[in-house]
Design a binder for this molecule. Structure first.
Ligand SMILES: Cc1ncc(COP(=O)(O)O)c(C=O)c1O
Length: 458
């Protein structure tokens, strides 16, 4: 029988994270202070993040040691298995070999604890008592809740209203791990109140929830804020995934021609693909594809520009692909992909043609998720379905071309708490959504006066 799962022994767990900043062909432009427009220094970030994370945010070191306490916690679910999707290959009648890295085996059900554990640890050793955060679909909020419980920290989560209403089980998971979870916009912060005054029925967005969580952290000396994606240190922590995958692909005796991941803020995709991007920088021929929803087309239709990470303009300005901080995407079911910006590291790699972005419509993603469930068994998170849709496209392309390509993708999480979304699809209640250019233009007007990165493309 052919090998289905490739496991790594615990002794092979990577002991360092990989920092792609050390290998970027174009150096990153700095984040700018939201008030002065000048590059931010560590002291500007100190009210929000603990110093070890700020140091990682700006580090140029290629390898960063993973602390023992973090390794110990990683062992609860890591190393995660790499699977060969034989049944999907057979169903598609493709000559392609399809591999997927299963990040859904973590207790919270996704890749998110890879950074949540590290962030909880660095906060704990820096004296933080309470962590505030935002969450979209609830995967990040639940991951951080679990990790705060492990390090004895209080955790307060602002969950985007539309998901809060649709996904009560994620809130209950957070509460089970001892955190509090409120719908955003909320009346607990000035930012939330301001948004509700303008629109009492506001469905919320990640940008709004970030504003609320940052404000709550800044108002309390014992609190810090934690972000589940976008920032350099989050991408760094996630690379444990790609480093494991490289060892597992070597055991399988294959090397990917195509690497695919879905991208909301970019962290699961970065975690899996950055070690392969490093190979590509050093000459390997790999197609590395980030997949986003057509209704929130940050990478494919947003300019590379400086923008705020949140709606009410409290965070530093980041050089990234953006749809404008005021952009409120359609309430699609892949809540974790409804973000107006993209990780600066990924954005820069797109500018350097090392990563290729693709956008897909909602119906194609659910169809792909159903195909995957009926062949490989696993029910994927709606976010993950975006990656699967493009895996299927690439596998069918390989069939047309008669090429035995090796396709690797990151299975970022399971969808067992997202069954309402599948029900909506199965009962024909979902539709595709064409985003009119005027809507993007309107949101982008707001960033016109902001400073521009050197590589600005409007
Ligand atoms: C399962 C899953 N995949 C992907 C994402 C998108 O986030 P990121 O792009 O940071 O990986 C999320 C975010 O909530 C998620 O829960």
């Amino acid at each position: 029988m052919d090998v289905k799962k490739i496991f790594l022994p615990e002794s092979e767990l990577p002991r360092q994270w990989y920092n792609i900043a050390a290998d970027m062909p174009t150096p990153m432009e700095p984040p700018l202070h939201p008030g002065t427009g000048q590059p931010v220094g560590p002291d500007d970030l100190a009210p929000i993040f603990p110093m070890p994370l700020i140091e990682q945010e700006v580090s140029q070191e290629r390898w960063i040691d993973i602390p023992e306490e973090v390794l110990e916690k990683y062992l609860i679910w890591r190393p995660t298995p790499l699977y060969r999707a034989y049944q999907l290959e057979k169903y598609l009648e493709t000559p392609a070999k399809i591999y997927f890295k299963n990040e859904g085996v973590s207790p919270a059900g996704s890749h998110k604890p890879n950074t949540a554990i590290a962030q909880a640890y660095y906060n704990k050793i820096s004296g933080t008592k309470r962590i505030t955060t935002e969450t979209g679909a609830g995967q990040w909020g639940s991951a951080l809740s679990m990790c705060c419980a492990m390090f004895g920290l209080e955790c307060n989560v602002w969950m985007v209203r539309i998901s809060f209403d649709h996904k009560p089980y994620r809130r209950i998971m957070m509460e089970t791990w001892g955190a509090s979870c409120v719908a955003s916009p909320s009346t607990l912060t000035k930012a939330g109140q301001q948004i509700l005054d303008a629109d009492p029925d506001c469905p919320g967005s990640l940008g709004m929830a970030i504003s609320e969580a940052v404000e709550a952290a800044v108002m309390d000396d014992n609190a810090k804020y934690s972000l589940g994606s976008v920032l350099n240190h989050v991408m760094l922590h996630q690379t444990i995934n790609g480093l494991e995958t490289q060892k597992q692909m070597a055991i399988a005796g294959d090397y990917p021609d195509v690497v695919i991941g879905c991208a909301g803020g970019g962290s699961n995709f970065a975690g899996n693909c950055f070690p392969f991007v490093c190979d590509k920088i050093h000459g390997k021929d790999i197609d590395i594809i980030g997949v986003e929803p057509a209704s929130c087309p940050t990478m494919t239709r947003g300019p590379f520009a400086y923008d705020f990470g949140d709606t009410v303009q409290m965070t530093p300005l980041l050089p990234m692909h953006t749809l404008g901080h005021g952009f409120v995407p359609e309430p699609i079911h892949a809540g974790g992909l409804r973000y107006h910006g993209m990780a600066p590291l990924i954005s820069q790699l797109i500018m350097d043609n090392l990563i290729r972005p693709v956008a897909v419509q909602q119906l194609e993603t659910f169809q792909a998720g159903i195909t995957f469930a009926r062949t490989e068994g696993f029910i994927s998170a709606p976010e993950t379905d975006h990656a699967i849709a493009v895996v299927i496209r690439e596998a069918l392309k390989a069939k047309e071309e008669g090429k035995e390509k090796v396709i690797l993708f990151n299975w970022s999480g399971h969808g067992l708490v997202d069954m309402a979304a599948y029900e909506a699809y199965l009962t024909g209640q979902l539709a595709d959504h064409e985003l009119p250019q005027e809507e993007i233009d309107r949101a982008l007007k707001e960033i016109e006066p902001l400073p521009k990165p050197q590589q600005f493309k409007g």
